[in-house]
Design a protein around this ligand. Structure first.
Ligand code: SF4
Length: 453
């Protein structure tokens, strides 16, 4: 660390809660607001580089609402809602592709279907989704990494066959726990036999990368039961494993039942995190971020946690974000069932997708914050030369107070040397406190003013 950091005051070293916010994108959607000028997508994208765009399609349907989930999704799709949703997605894709223009080559370097649960769609509907990505947007799914999220009940053989045939290189299965009582406690009831059968189908389908999501901090979970879930996952030799701390966020079913600020819960989660990390490291996995572990030698086929530093992201669907260098935009965001339903209904009724309606401008020091935040949360850290090349400055000069605080807490790896800014193992364990500490005052205020719905 540079000696240019601000002196650390005793107040700066007061204990902080380790589980404040999972920062997988900055700024969070709760900092987005309606855009009064409704800028035309054509203008937003005119000067943007388009040689390596990422495509993300959001499918906001699930069979159940998991107790911990604050993603934009609804339970079920009555009548022909999935058809009407894909109709709208198609209209949006046409409008977005037109806005990208034809003056310079538009190329996609990666694609992902997320949600919700994309495999909630039936096989024929998944074909249509792939057609939209390929024929409308021009994303060559068979030639680029394609990651798809799935749940055990919806990862059926026919749907997996479609996805593999269309080029899926990574399937991420939300298991959360192999222990049935824990799955019930997390309000994600499922039978272990069904989970194992889904894993078998995914392996049989021959997808190059299998990711399994697990959760720690569930009511009643013990080191022994956590170990049992880890070992059950490891038995499949997944190329990737994500270990998520349980959260009880506003508007989720767990929010009313769990003490959000309970220090004992924080201690349980920290202990289970360390146990899980150590077990995976001893089992031949490398840690990529606080949550992500990759089997040594496994192919890299999906987007790394936090790693999307490029600004060119095209989101399709009403929960998807799009990023240009100066604006992040999406549609309105909600977690509560009635609000989600009405946003989806408005989306499927939309005829004109040529403008951005909801978002946040990325200006002032926000690009630096975003870059630092998303780089620092990677286990490999950030080469300081990359930051200097991009911004003509150093992170220590731009964020002396924040980095001084991290250093005083022992969250920075002194052994990384001046060429690399990297979190220590304890810093990585506190990623969900590190990230929020780098939010700007303006983003913090917007998030605080957001009324959960
Ligand atoms: S965790 Fe996944 S499966 Fe569960 S409600 Fe959220 S998006 Fe749906």
């Amino acid at each position: 660390m540079s000696t240019a950091l601000a002196p650390v005051t005793p107040a700066a070293k007061a204990p902080v809660r380790p589980y404040q916010d999972y920062v997988y994108a900055y700024p969070h959607k709760t900092a987005y607001r309606p855009l009064p000028d409704r800028p035309a997508l054509r203008d937003l994208w005119r000067a943007e580089p388009k040689g390596a765009l990422a495509l993300y399609a959001h499918i906001p349907f699930c069979e159940v609402r998991c107790g911990f989930c604050n993603l934009f999704t609804r339970v079920g799709a009555p009548g022909d809602l999935t058809t009407r949703y894909l109709d709208a997605l198609d209209r949006q894709a046409v409008a977005v592709r037109e806005a990208l223009g034809g003056e310079e080559p538009v190329r996609f370097g990666a694609a992902a279907f997320g949600g919700g649960t994309p495999t909630f769609l039936e096989a024929g509907e998944l074909e249509r989704l792939c057609d939209i990505a390929e024929r409308r947007m021009g994303a060559p799914l068979g030639a680029i990494p394609l990651s798809v999220e799935a749940s055990p009940a919806t990862a059926t053989g026919d749907r997996l066959d479609v996805l593999v045939a269309r080029g899926a290189t990574r399937i991420s299965l939300g298991v959360q726990s192999f222990v049935e009582d824990e799955a019930r406690a997390a309000v994600r009831p499922q039978r272990r036999a069904d989970v194992e059968a889904a894993l078998g189908r995914i392996r049989e389908a021959g997808v190059p990368v299998l990711n399994i999501d697990l959760i720690y901090g569930i009511d009643g979970q013990t080191p022994a039961s956590w170990r049992a879930s880890l070992d059950a996952a490891l038995a499949w030799r997944p190329e990737e494993l994500y270990l998520y701390p349980l959260y009880a966020r506003p508007k989720t079913p767990l929010h009313t039942r769990t003490a959000v600020d309970d220090p004992a819960w924080d201690a349980q989660r920290l202990a289970l995190y360390r146990q899980g990390r150590d077990h995976l490291l001893a089992s031949g996995y490398e840690q990529t971020s606080m949550r992500m572990f990759r089997r040594a030698g496994a192919p890299v086929q999906g987007p790394d946690d936090h790693a999307c530093q490029s600004d060119g992201m095209i989101g399709l669907g009403c929960g998807a974000r799009s990023y240009t260098s100066g604006l992040h935009y999406s549609f309105d965001y909600a977690v509560g069932a009635p609000q989600v339903r009405s946003i989806i209904d408005a989306y499927v009724a939309t005829g004109d997708f040529s403008r951005a309606v909801h978002g946040r401008r990325i200006e002032g020091d926000e690009p630096r914050r975003r870059y630092l935040l998303q780089s620092l949360l990677q286990a490999a850290g950030m080469p300081t030369a990359d930051y200097a090349a991009r911004f003509g400055s150093t992170p220590e000069a731009d964020f002396p107070a924040e980095l001084g605080d991290f250093a005083a807490r022992g969250w920075l790896d002194e052994a990384a040397g001046p060429a690399c800014l990297r979190l220590s193992p304890e810093g990585l364990a506190h990623s969900d406190a590190v990230g929020p500490a780098l939010f700007s005052a303006a983003v913090r205020a917007a998030m605080a003013a957001y009324e959960a719905k």
